[in-house]
Each structure stands twice: as C-alpha cells, then as structure tokens.
Design a protein around this ligand. Structure first.
Ligand SMILES: Nc1ncnc2c1ncn2[C@@H]1O[C@H](COP(=O)(O)OP(=O)(O)O)[C@@H](O)[C@H]1O
Ligand SMILES: [Mg+2]
Length: 292
C-alpha cells in the first residue's frame, strides 16, 4: 500500500537564494497522525502549503518529489493537480477567522465548497454539512448555519472549519497549529475533537505544531524540523523516551513539563543551536555547488 503522503528530498528557495526547505523527506501513512514540530520560522507552514499547492509565488521548489496516494504531484498539469489536491486533502488552519469569508453566512460557505470541489448536489452537501456539525458537537446548527463568522466564538469557528475539513472525506488533512489561536481551555476540547474525528473517519493527518505537549497527545509519528531541515523522525513514544538528536533534546529541555500548557517556555540551548547552524551552513554550501 502506498503512503498517503510521501515527500522526498524537497527543497525550496526564496528569491535571494536562501533555502527555506532543506531536502525534507517525510511520509504519512493512511490513517496515521504525523506531527511536524519545530520552533517558529522552521518551515512547518511552508511544508503544509507545498503539499496543498498554495505556496507563495516567491517560494520556488527546486528539487524533490511529493506523492499523494502514489500520484506524483510534480508530474501533473496544474489543473489536474489542483483537482486531485482539492478532492483528497483539506486544511484545518491556524486562524479560523481569516480562513472564513467575513461577509457570507457559515451555511453556504460550507456547502458551496462541497458542491464546487466534489460536484455534489446542494441538497446532499447541505445534509453532509449538518451531519458534520453534529459530529463536531455543535448543538444549535440552525443558528450556526445562519451566522456570520464574527458572530461565533473562536472555538465555534474552529469547530466549523474542522467540520468543513472532514465533510468531504479527504484522505489527508493538514492541520496547521489548529489550536494555537484559541484560549487554553478551548485548545484541549478542540484537540480531543480532532483526535476523535480522526479515529472515526480514519483520516491521515499532518499535524503542524510548535508544542511538544500537543505532539504527545495527538500523534503516532513525529518529525522534528529545524531551519527547514528534518533533524529527527521517530515513533512519538520513542521520541519522548529517547530523543536521539541534540536539538530534540534541547527542545524538550526548553519545555519544562511538555504536558502542562501553563508551563513557561525557556529558550532552546544556545550551544546546540550554534552547532546546528554551523552544520546547516556547511550543508548549504555543499548543496549550492551543484545547484549553482
Ligand atoms: N510568503 C513568504 N515569502 C518569503 N518567505 C517566507 C514567506 N512566508 C514565510 N517565509 C519564511 O520562510 C520560513 C519558514 O516560515 P514558516 O513555514 O511560516 O515557518 P513556521 O510555520 O515553522 O513558523 C521563515 O524564515 C519565514 O520568514
Ligand atoms: Mg506556521
């Protein structure tokens, strides 16, 4: 069986030649949750956008392959690629407010997407939308469907977007820090909800987060990203039991109790970062030669 998502040696550069992704390889197996963890600026969102085909125009993919259920995205024509990605993937975004159109009611926003991407009838899309609002434990669907985004709380908006993501039965969901913008108490509910729907629907998730506590709760596999480079990947339990890479250990040491959302973060060990930076600079130099 082919992986749900298979990224191999993916590199991306900015116009100034700076590499933002450095030969990234990672796979998500069907029905599995893989966490992608790293500090702000590591390139987590960039990887998610590359998978979803929505990279900013300034970012250029210069090498590597991305396979979605065995289909090589790089070999497809743009239109076929967009269709495939639209049908098989979905995004749960970091900021639920900006992900919704402020001037349209929730109901049509949810059903239109199903009609447009999957070609469903309005009636079928409407039924499916209501079913999913029930699954995300929205108790007053009529009110929510008629609401504008600003009339809902942050937690409710994220429930709506989780419902929208699962509604089309994607094979892969990219969840990009889906709890970061929410209050701490709501974060826990939303995380539990995503985990429950993921099990129920058997959807593979690439779960982007900067938070090791979230990694421990949600994922079976984890990739640790630093400066656009995967420095370690492991089964989640194995990573916490015996982190192999100095950066992973430093990241853990900087999170006093990674299961406690109230614990304050300490900076990652400076000597470890300096060592990594030197390692990456040397690798970039070697990489630039064949790539001009
Ligand atoms: N639109 C953009 N154009 C150019 N560089 C960008 C853009 N968005 C992000 N970057 C840069 O790419 C790197 C990775 O960013 P990002 O993927 O957003 O990190 P993360 O999600 O891990 O915090 C950062 O150095 C960031 O400054
Ligand atoms: Mg990000």
């Amino acid at each position: 069986m082919s992986a749900c998502l298979d990224i191999a040696n993916l590199s991306a550069v900015l116009p100034n030649g700076q590499r933002v992704l450095r030969s990234v390889s990672l796979a998500v197996q069907p029905g599995e949750v893989r966490a992608l963890v790293g500090e702000s600026g590591a390139g987590k969102t960039m990887i998610g956008k590359a998978v979803l085909g929505v990279l900013p125009s300034s970012v250029r993919l210069v090498e590597g392959d991305m396979l979605l259920e065995g289909e090589d995205l790089g070999r497809l024509q743009p239109k076929a690629r967009r269709t495939l990605i639209g049908a098989r993937t979905a995004l749960i975004p970091q900021d639920p407010l900006t992900a919704l159109n402020p001037s349209r009611r929730i109901g049509p926003q949810m059903t239109d997407r199903l009609v447009r991407i999957l070609g469903w009838s309005g009636e079928k899309a409407d039924r499916r939308t209501r079913q999913l609002l029930d699954e995300v434990q929205i108790r007053d669907p009529e009110r929510v469907l008629k609401s504008y985004p600003h009339e809902l709380s942050g937690g409710m908006r994220q429930r709506v977007l989780i419902a929208a993501a699962f509604a089309a039965e994607p094979r892969l969901i990219v969840a990009d820090e889906p709890t970061t913008a929410l209050d701490v108490t709501v974060q826990k509910q939303i995380l539990r909800l995503i985990a429950a729907l993921q099990r129920e629907h058997g959807t593979a998730i690439l779960f982007v987060t900067h938070d090791l506590g979230v990694v421990a709760k949600i994922s079976q596999k984890v990739s640790v990203l630093y400066a656009g480079k995967v420095v370690e990947e492991a089964d989640t339990a194995a990573l916490f039991a015996a982190p192999q890479h100095a950066y992973t250990r430093a990241l853990m040491a900087a999170t006093p109790r990674y299961t406690d959302p109230f614990a304050s973060l300490k900076p990652v060990d400076g000597a470890v970062l300096a060592g990594l930076a030197a390692e990456i600079a040397a690798a970039d130099l070697a990489w630039r030669r064949p790539h001009g």
